[in-house]
Design a protein around this ligand. Sequence first.
Ligand code: NAD
Length: 482
Amino acid sequence: MIDVDLKEEKRLVAQSGQQQFDLVVVGAGPGGYVAAIRAAQLGMRTAIVEREHLGGVCLNWGCIPTKSLLKSAEVYQTLLNADAYGLAFSGAGFDLKQVVQRSRDVAARLRSGVEGLMAKNRVQVFTGNGWLQSPGVVEVTHADDTRSVLQAPHIIFATGASPREIPGVRADGKVIWTAREAMTPEALPESLLVIGAGAIGIEFASFYRTFGTAVTVIESLDAILPQEDADISAAAQRSLKKRGISFHTGARVESVDVSDTSATVCWTDSSGESRSEQFDRVILAVGVAANTQGLGLVEQGVKLERGQVVVDEWCRTSVDGVYAIGDMTAPPLLAHKASHEAVICVEKIAGVAGVEPLDPMSVPRCTYSSPQVASVGLTEEQARAQGLSVRVGKFDLRGLGKAHAVGEMDGLVKTVFDDDSGELLGAHMIGPAVTELIQGYVVAKNLETTEQELMDTVFAHPTLSEAMHESVLDAFDQAIHA
Ligand code: NAD
C-alpha cells in the first residue's frame, strides 16, 4: 500500500512538481501529530510538516522530559526521607548527568514512537519549514534549501508557542535560561532565580530545590500559580516555602546584569522597596507567545488577535480551508487541549456526525511540582465573580487514613458547586498524585454529574481519592472525617 502511494506521489511530482493531499498539517506537536493520525484513521491522505522533531516541544522539550526530571527528584526526596518509613538508608546521592540523560532518553524513545505512528498510519512526513503559500498550498523549505509544494483543500496549523522574554532580560542560554537550558543543566547552580510562578516556573523551582539549589521565585502577580484557586495557590506557596524556596510575589524585575558566571537582579517588591541579589542562574518562565510569524498566515488574510490566531469552535480561521489548533490559538495553552482540538477539527472536516466543540471548563490543569497541583473548571473567585450562588467543600488530607499510611498528609481538595443547580463548577487539588486523581472530577464534569451522584459514588478505601468524596460531602455538610 505504501509503495503504491509512493509511486502515485512520484507520478504527481513529475507531472506538476506538486504533491496532492486531503490534509496537510504544519507542526508535529501533540496538536499536529494527533490531527494527522485521526485524519489518516478517517481515510484522508495526510502529510505533516515539522522543522525540528516529531512530538514538538511537549514531547521533546516540555511536558515529557520535565516529568522525567521531576520523577528523579521525587525518588531522591523519598530516599532522603527514608527514615520516616523506618528504613535505614545512608549515602543517598545523585548524578545530575544521568538524571538529565534519563530525561533525554525518555524523550528520544517517545519521539521514535511518534515516528512509528506516522509510518503505521501512512502519514507522509516532510522535514522543513512549512508556510502557507496560498489557501490550499503549503510550501516546505528543507534544510538543504530544496522545496516541496503540498496541495490540500484543508490545512491545519499547529505550530505552538515559544518562550516570552521581558524587556531588558534576554535569555542567553548560559546564565539566563529558558526551559530548554533549565532541563539540560551541566551542573547544579548553587543559587537560582526563577522569574514567573506559572506551571513552568514552579516545576523547575521544585526540581532544583530538591537537589539542593537555593531557589528564589519572583512573580509579578500577587500569588504563585495565579490561575489556580486562591486557597490552592496559598497552600502551594506554604508547602514550597517549607521546602526552603523563597518567594517574592507582587514584585517587578527592574534590571538584570549578566556576567560570565552570574546575574545581578534588581527588583521592586510588593511594598515598593528596591532589592538586589546575585544568582548563579536565572530561569525565565514568564509565559509563551504563539508562533504565528513566518507562516504566511497574516499575508493570506488569517486574522490574529493579541498575537493569537482567531478560530471558531471548529478551529476554522478567517480563511476558508485553513485551521489552527493548540498554543497558537486562545488559552488554555496545554498539550491535551491541543490534542483534543486536533480531533474536533479533523472530525468536523471529515463530516463525522455528533462532533462537540471543546468546553474549556472541562480542560484539566496540572502542575507536577512537589506537592502537585491540579484543577478543572471555575475557581471559587471566578464563580462568585460570575454572580453564581456558590457552595464550597474542602477536605484536608490530614483527615485521610491513606495519606497517613503513605506519609503525605500535606494537601487539600476543594470543590465548588452551584448552590442553585448542584452543578460541579470546579475542583481544585494540591497534594500527592492529584495530577492523576483530577481525572475523576473531569469525567464527572464532562458527564454533567449531579452533586447527589458524586455523593452516592463509592470510593475505594483506603485511597487518596477518598479526599475527593469527602470534599464533595463537605460542600453539603456531610463530610465524615472532617
Ligand atoms: P504562565 O503564563 O502559566 O506563567 C507565567 C507567569 O509569569 C505568570 O504567573 C505571570 O504572571 C508571570 N510573569 C509574567 N511576566 C512577569 C515578570 N516580568 N516578572 C515576574 N513574573 C512575570 O506560563 P509558563 O509557566 O511559562 O508556561 C507556559 C505555558 O505552558 C502556560 O500556558 C502553561 O500552562 C503551559 N505549561 C503547562 C504545564 C503543565 O500543565 N504542567 C507545564 C509547563 C507549561
